[in-house]
Design a protein around this ligand. Structure first.
Ligand code: UDX
Ligand code: UDX
Ligand code: ADP
Length: 483
């Protein structure tokens, strides 16, 4: 009989730990959940007061549809946000490790391998403060064999007589739909050692999920399979986007329409319709990082052909972004120097304020290198974040130059005023229903729209007077400038 988990600690209150453990608290009123982080400002934001007028939690550090309601319901009941990491660990039966694992910027494996020092620091802390046995769950995406390293560190540093079980329980939520994905997951994957203790620990975690996830959706595997499946799933998803973006380039050169091609392919049940939307390029904290991890793993296993195969998915993504930027420059008569280019959307996808690896960052860099003035609007990304992303602190201090070239706007209309071109970088719903007549009237002529997400109707925009380029659509006979 597996004793039930009563107290959970989550180390790391970020995009993964915050939503995941809030949803666990929502569905498991009999479990007390403490989410702990070293970043005091972040914890303060999770604990921030509701708006005095609307009563809504508007200052949470992570924006996700539905998340504020979940936090509001559980906070102070069985969900607590704290900087007292030691206490939260010590009191827990089960600890999720949800700290960041960025790509290494220096040293061995630079540019490919994951920087595991936050994971290691958390593991050492668990070992040093624990006075009772616990289940430790790796939630952050980590390279294969991290669980084994964690076990070694725990065994070497823990007090005698204590026992730690390490589980891998990768998170498959997508940002922007995190709460929905957590409430109704396609599957929950739990990897454990194939020992009696390992399987018992997996069963105890399964019982936590069973509060709201049908048991048949919880899939248990070995540790290695679980760790590799997370990398594999993200690599396969990203590969589909690079594949369709490669088709988009062919479409633009021939007159085919990538949306028709994607639809036609997706009707085949073996292929399926999802994740075939051509775009300016994929972003987000996971896809690139996980593929780089896979490439590094393949190389270290002496499998260079496998490494090259997956590397190509990233090469194609870089090409998608540069090809799109190039299209803007060549269409604006081969120069955008001193021209104002409005960039609509800065987040890596809609319904999130997250900008990690966002294609918009790359586009803005290209436009800046061409000496354009860039006017940015995004409904959710804080202004300070945009400056941070465009200035690369620590590399070269180009803050002054960036501020001369870039402006950040509070409305689409303001970003587009006097612009020569509008570039849609993120598929925010509000961009589907803009007052394009008013935007056209305020822009320089000829006025161009470059739709990197294929969300606006090019025919309607052409009627307004715009010259329109949609990613993956070939030249239109009705618009001779593209012929
Ligand atoms: C294929 C397409 O499926 C079909 O739609 C098209 O019209 C013609 O080409 P076919 O080549 O007859 O059909 O068979 P398919 O079932 O696609 O298998 C092709 C090869 O892939 C076979 O050697 C098969 O064994 C292999 N395969 C298929 C795998 O190795 N793994 C799989 O998961 C599926
Ligand atoms: C991804 C995985 O989907 C999730 O399972 C994993 O746990 C974390 O990584 P996320 O990065 O949050 O989630 O978002 P996702 O919806 O996968 O989008 C990633 C990027 O691909 C975005 O920039 C998105 O705009 C782009 N994308 C997605 C496309 O360009 N075309 C598509 O068809 C789908
Ligand atoms: P993810 O998308 O993986 O959730 P984030 O960067 O959003 O990544 O969140 C990771 C969080 O983990 C950050 O808030 C960071 O402060 C926190 N963190 C990193 N190392 C530690 C640590 N040793 N102890 C507690 N929290 C940590």
């Amino acid at each position: 009989q597996a004793p039930p988990v009563r107290r959970i600690c989550c180390i790391g209150a970020g995009y993964v730990g915050g939503p995941t453990c809030s949803v666990i608290a929502l569905n498991c009123p009999d479990i007390t959940v403490h989410i702990a982080d070293i970043n005091a400002a972040r914890i303060a934001a999770w604990n921030s007061d509701p708006d005095p007028v609307t009563g809504e939690l508007v200052n949470l550090p992570v924006y996700e549809p539905g998340l504020a309601e979940v936090v509001k319901k559980c906070r102070g009941r069985n969900l607590f946000f704290t900087t007292d990491i030691e206490k939260a660990i010590e009191e827990a039966d089960l600890v999720f490790v949800s700290v960041n694992t960025p790509t290494k910027k220096s040293g061995m494996g630079k540019g490919f391998a994951a920087d595991l020092h936050y994971v290691e620091a958390s593991t050492r802390l668990i070992a040093s403060v624990s006075s009772s046995s616990k289940i430790i769950v790796e939630k952050s995406t980590v390279p294969c064999r991290t669980a084994a390293s964690m076990r070694t560190i725990l065994e070497a540093n823990a007090r005698p007589g204590l026992h730690f079980d390490i589980l891998s329980n990768p998170e498959f939520l997508a940002e922007g739909t995190a709460v929905q994905d957590l409430q109704n997951p396609d599957r929950v994957l739990i990897g454990s050692l194939k020992t009696k203790e390992g399987e018992l620990a997996a069963r105890r975690l399964k019982d936590v999920y069973a509060h709201w996830v049908p048991r048949e959706k919880v899939y248990t595997t070995g540790l290695w399979s679980s760790e590799l499946s997370k990398l594999a799933a993200n690599a396969l998803l990203a590969q589909r986007i690079s594949s369709i973006n490669a088709m988009a380039a062919i479409c633009e050169a021939t007159g085919a329409d990538v949306q028709e091609v994607a639809h036609a392919c997706g009707l085949d049940k073996r292929i399926g319709p999802n994740f075939l939307k051509a775009s300016v390029g994929f972003g987000g904290s996971c896809f690139q990082k996980d593929i780089l991890n896979l490439v590094y793993l393949s190389e270290s296993l002496n499998l260079p052909q496998v490494a090259d195969y997956w590397k190509q998915v990233i090469t194609m993504n870089e090409y998608s972004k540069s090809r799109f930027a190039q299209k803007v420059v060549s269409t604006l008569f081969n120069t955008i120097t001193a021209k104002k280019v409005a960039v609509l959307g800065f987040a890596f996808k809609k319904n999130t304020g997250d900008t990690r690896e966002s294609a918009a960052i790359s586009l803005c860099r290209y436009f800046r290198q061409e000496n354009a003035f860039v006017a940015i609007y995004d409904p959710k990304v804080p202004e300070a974040q945009i400056w941070l992303d465009l200035t690369e602190p620590g590399v070269v201090d180009d803050t002054k130059q960036v501020k001369e070239q870039v402006t950040i706007h509070k409305s689409v209309q303001s970003a587009c005023k006097d612009a020569e071109a509008v570039v849609i970088a993120t598929e925010w719903d509000e961009f589907k229903t803009l007052d394009w007549e008013a935007i056209y009237a305020s822009m320089k002529k000829p006025a161009f729209v470059f739709d990197g997400r294929a969300i606006v109707d090019p025919k309607k925009l052409r009627q307004v007077g715009f010259k329109v380029h949609t990613v993956g659509q070939g030249p239109e006979i009705v618009d001779p400038i593209w012929a």
